[in-house]
Design a protein around this ligand. Structure first.
Ligand SMILES: [Zn+2]
Length: 135
């Protein structure tokens, strides 16, 4: 088993955007259960979504790339409260205090840890769980 699950997606399009981005950076990765979910989206929750599988040697770099892409994306969205472009994501791991120990555990156990994402505006301090759908 040389691949680990980096994260999962409910959305086929989002999964493919991330996959393309990683493949362009020469990261060895693929999507698991993509085919089944495309045929029957109702199966997605039962299977845990489309899984992004990344080669163990590339996990750390892939994780960084995803973080950076997300950072860029968040900067394009204004805060729903103060309209500042100062949103950032905060990862809250359920079991581990920091991302590094979560990563190590992932490599050792071959499975991902559950990470809850929160978003925060660094201008006004507003917290939210879901990204605002701004335009
Ligand atoms: Zn704000």
């Amino acid at each position: 088993m040389n691949y680990v699950q980096l994260r999962s997606f409910d959305n086929y399009i989002e999964a493919n955007i991330v996959l393309n981005m990683l493949q362009h950076a020469n990261i060895n990765c693929y999507l698991k259960d993509e085919h089944i979910i495309t045929i029957d989206p109702l199966l997605s929750p039962a299977l845990g979504g489309i899984k992004l599988m990344v080669h163990t040697e590339h996990v750390e770099r892939a994780w960084d790339l995803i973080d950076k892409a997300e950072e860029q994306y968040l900067k394009s969205i204004p805060c729903p409260i103060c309209k500042a472009h100062a949103l950032k994501s905060v990862s809250v791991t359920k079991t581990y205090k920091c991302k590094l120990s979560a990563l190590i555990s992932m490599l050792l156990n071959g499975q991902s840890v559950e990470i809850t994402k929160m978003y925060q505006c660094s201008a006004c301090g507003y917290d939210f769980k879901e990204l605002p759908h701004g335009n």
